[in-house]
Design a protein around this ligand. Structure first.
Ligand SMILES: NC(=O)c1ccc[n+]([C@@H]2O[C@H](COP(=O)([O-])OP(=O)(O)OC[C@H]3O[C@@H](n4cnc5c(N)ncnc54)[C@H](OP(=O)(O)O)[C@@H]3O)[C@@H](O)[C@H]2O)c1
Length: 224
């Protein structure tokens, strides 16, 4: 009966929110596939299936991920891998901007494209975005590359939501909150475990009627 378990695929699972999501779905008796560049002691301790050496920005690696998962139905695909820098007019770093566009905006589309044959009626896709990608919500500036990359992810994801809907696949854009991870030097106000619980609650509520929505993990709808 093991192959009846829902399969949850999570990128950026070596630490932080991705690792907490792996633990969450493992404890809910799902089959979890953790997609990482390099595994970690914490991930190995979970005992989930790990697909290593996948840099989500590299087409060769994502093709390898596609081959490894061929023929397996994915219940939930969580595009979580992300990169965060700060650029301002005074402190500009175009290389960092390009990297963030690659990791945060293009890679989730690359991965979803590669795994589309694994998705069918009832499958769900979660894009872990950020409210920093909201243009309407930008009241403080800075973070040029991160904001651009998450806004681009949001724009592209709405297109994917439209395309996936006739296939019975729903997609959500989810802001996890300000989460205590390495990305923010552990300065967040919620733990990765709390964020994972909240994200999973949003994914549970996701359906074909609310597909394409941009939510805070706490359930609040966010402005574009
Ligand atoms: N923490 C927050 O407050 C916050 C707020 C809003 C949104 N988010 C979003 O939440 C998601 C998870 O972030 P986090 O806070 O858990 O950050 P984190 O602790 O820094 O983890 C980021 C994960 O992404 C992976 N990653 C980065 N570049 C990659 C690449 N090229 N290929 C494959 N994996 C890559 C990292 O893997 P390596 O170990 O290989 O580097 C790591 O597993 C991100 O999308 C982030 O933008 C976080």
């Amino acid at each position: 009966m093991d192959n009846q378990k829902p399969l949850v695929v999570i990128t950026g699972a070596s630490r932080g929110i991705g690792l907490a999501l792996c633990r969450f779905y493992l404890e809910r008796h799902c089959d979890v596939v953790a997609v990482v560049r390099k595994t970690s002691v914490d991930l190995d301790a979970l005992g989930v299936e790990v697909i290593e050496h996948i840099d989500v920005t590299r087409s060769h690696d994502v093709a390898e991920l596609q081959r490894t998962l061929r023929g397996r139905h994915i219940a939930i695909l969580i595009n979580n891998a992300g990169l965060f820098h700060n650029e301002t007019l005074e402190q500009m770093d175009f290389e960092a901007i390009e990297q963030q566009l690659n990791v945060n905006a293009i890679a989730p589309i690359r991965v979803t494209h590669a795994l589309q044959d694994n998705l069918s009626t009832g499958s769900k896709v979660a894009m872990i975005t950020s409210r920093m990608g909201s243009i309407a919500d930008n009241g403080s500036g800075g973070y040029v590359g991160y904001r651009m990359s998450k806004a681009a992810l949001n724009a592209a994801s709405v297109s994917l939501a439209h395309e996936l809907k006739p296939k019975g696949v729903a997609l959500a854009l989810l802001h996890p909150g300000f989460v205590q991870t390495q990305m923010v030097n552990f300065a967040g106000d919620v733990s990765p475990e709390v964020a994972a619980n909240r994200l999973a609650a949003r994914i549970a509520e996701l359906n074909l009627d609310n597909t394409g929505s941009f939510w805070h993990a706490n359930g609040e709808l966010l402005p574009w």
